[in-house]
Design a protein around this ligand. Sequence first.
Ligand code: AMP
Ligand code: MG
Length: 393
Amino acid sequence: MTFSEARACVVREVRAGRRLPPVECVALADAAGRVLAEDVAADRDTPETARAMRDGYAVRAADLPGALDVIGEVRAGEVFTGSVGPGQAVEIMTGAPVPDGADAIVMVEHTVRDGNRMRADTPTAPFQHINQRGCEAAAGQIVLHAGTRLDYTGVALLAAFGHRQARVYRKPRVAILPTGDEVVEVEEQPKPHQVRNSNAWSLATQAARAGAKPVILPIARDTVEHTHEMVKRGLACDLLLLSGGVSAGKYDVVEVVLAQFGARFFFDRVLIQPGQPLVFGMASGRWIFGLPGNPASTIVTFEVFARAAIDLASGCEESVLPFSWARLTADFRCKPGLTRFLPARRNEGGEVTPTGWRGSSDLPSLARANCYLVTDPDRGQYARGDFIQVLAK
Ligand code: AMP
Ligand code: MG
């Protein structure tokens, strides 16, 4: 499958097959990153009364340009008791309710004050710098939909509408199962032919960032028996992520073991780099990703595939990859045929530079990057200054 086909497959299968997680209540302070399990409606019109959006004068638009009598003042948190008649103005501060009779705010910067008189020489449009009652949201209107992952704006909105708690979906538990006879735990001193288990830590960090609860399992040995035992433990969670053991080598036993659990496979190879050998399937009602073991492959395939599955399984309505475009700072070549995700750095000016890498095991290069260059599988050559797709890290 191509990258787009494989991604569409993950989204389609998980969306069609998911059971929404149980619902729990969390305090507002713990709500960020959680997925809302109910629609939230505005409990009042916002604003509940017409509100000044600038410091200046509340006036009748038809009176200007011209000179007006200033009959009083109103600031945020107060209400002006009188009303603004023809030829009159009330000094007003941002956030204050607009006095009766006034239909526009003229900014203080556009006025000249002389005692109890002010003048403004520019014409003023009705409703200028006023947010009318209910213009942001009307009472009863849904302002946050179930299936929204709460970010800082969502949390602010809950607070604005009087919610001290949020009803959210329980975080899915994601089992992380590293495999490989050459892999040792971080505490151990690796022999020259061994590698430390970094994948469990990248995956745990990525899963937590994706809103799941990671459960790290012991490293499975490259035997059918031990891998079987560990997969069985992993299937107690909501999702299972394996790293390694999915290539075509003699000791890559993951697919064999998953088949023992009656797994259905949706794909086992995707035309991407890093991460070509990549298994997506389901066994015992659990989604499973067999991610290739090289650190960059594990990391990238999690971001572009497993993360979407976690989002949707968490109750999210959608999962959108943060793609954008940037201009290359140097010529760039690659062999067509694959969608490549290569470590790079972009700046605020929209320029991107590859960090240079030595293949799928080059974790230091990935750590230097702040994004991935995404190459078009139909294109093998880019010139300096060309636009290229970029995926935020
Ligand atoms: P595999 O996909 O099993 O063929 O693994 C490919 C390579 O990835 C291995 O040769 C290891 O160097 C590396 N690798 C596998 N598992 C891990 C892990 N848990 N942490 C770090 N590197 C790993
Ligand atoms: Mg292996």
